[in-house]
Design a protein around this ligand. Sequence first.
Ligand code: F0G
Length: 458
Amino acid sequence: MELPFAESWKIKMVEPIRKSTREEREKWLKEADYNVFMLKSDYVYIDCLTDSGTGAMSDRQWAAMMTGDESYAGARSFYELKDTIKKITGFDYVLPTHQGRAAENVLFSHLVKEGDYVPGNSHFDTTKGHIESRKAFAVDCTVDEAKNTQLEVPFKGNVDLKKLEAELERHCDKIPFIIITITNNTAGGQPVSMENLRGVRELADKYGKRVFFDSARFAENAYFIKTREPGYEHKTIKEICREMFSYADGMTMSSKKDGLVNMGGFIATKWEDIYEGAKFFLIPFEGFLTYGGMNGRDMAALAVGLDENTEFDMLQTRIKQVEYLAKKLDEYGIPYQRPVGGHAIFIDADKVLNQVPKEEFPGVRLGIELYLEAGVRGCEIGYLLADRDPVTRENRFDGNDFLRLCICRRTYTDNHMNVIAAALKNVYDRRHEIKHGVKIKWEAELMRHFTVKLEVLD
Ligand code: F0G
């Protein structure tokens, strides 16, 4: 008999979680103005809101915490981190930040000016926010296939090179750099192929532009290249990472994802001028050059996390769990962005709640129903998250409307996956009864989904 697949780790420490009744959840959600971000985490049974900073650290990482050097300047832990980043990416210059958006803030303060255009694949909301708040434009050049959730193509996160070249022609002088998000979170945790990264590099060179990777889930991207792109099956994840980053001039990183830590980020680059320019903003915004918003012990744990998460077994364990949940949804016929991505399942809310008008945010309503059903918390990545067009102030309905269910790294078991799947099936089975979504009572101008206040329409 062939042995089944199992995790490449065992559990050393556990954290109790609590179930609740439907009545309790109804009360809590009403108090939270139907915004799941406003719920206390104690009110959540299985938390799929995000995979950001929610993973479990290893014993090696906890051991590294004890050896952290908390010196203000020149901390040993910084140099350990810098060496690990150099090994994985090849980049010589590193600036630590407290998380990914802080890295964006520091780098974009140096590079993005009013009236600029920053093309790439789908920008994450904080990335878009940091571009648009500078009165510049984030231009999404993702391949059209990404919009069709039922299409099975291996690299749905790719940049459409024709769209990118048209943008480079149109706004050449106003483009400070190209940004590629690996994996493409907004499109469903979808990977970008090595061939595509190479293609973007060639275009960037032709037009004299620099390329940055938003690298939050770069290791998962490398896993997909190894398992889906011909020619890479025998390479190690670390070899693939080195090649990926060889096509970039630098990166921003949210270490809370593929760094396997609860907090942290960094900028890394091969260019001294970028380092010098960004450094100027790091000190007032984040902190001195060798800690920039991080504790020494957190940098020490991150160095270990980056090393662990660029090993095949770790990534395979993680992605197999996401695939396990996807298979259950296949059994129940629940539509999601196919093929399943790296860190989450993106339920196609528009298709599930097809009677709910776009203007009433189907993805948000689906998230509300799932929470009420079983205390499972997801996150809308759709029309609400897309914010309003900065010029017309109209809602943007041109993308997909997803309910994203993130799977935290090394946190839940397959039994939890079974609960999530059953809860979704129950909601799916009564989808025809759900004809309305939500109405916005109050919203912020930017990144409204975090703090929005809603009313449920029935
Ligand atoms: N880039 C990507 C692709 C992200 O997914 C995120 C965060 C960031 C940048 C910003 O990093 O949170 O450390 O400041 N994504 C989280 C999520 C919040 O839930 O997808 P951060």
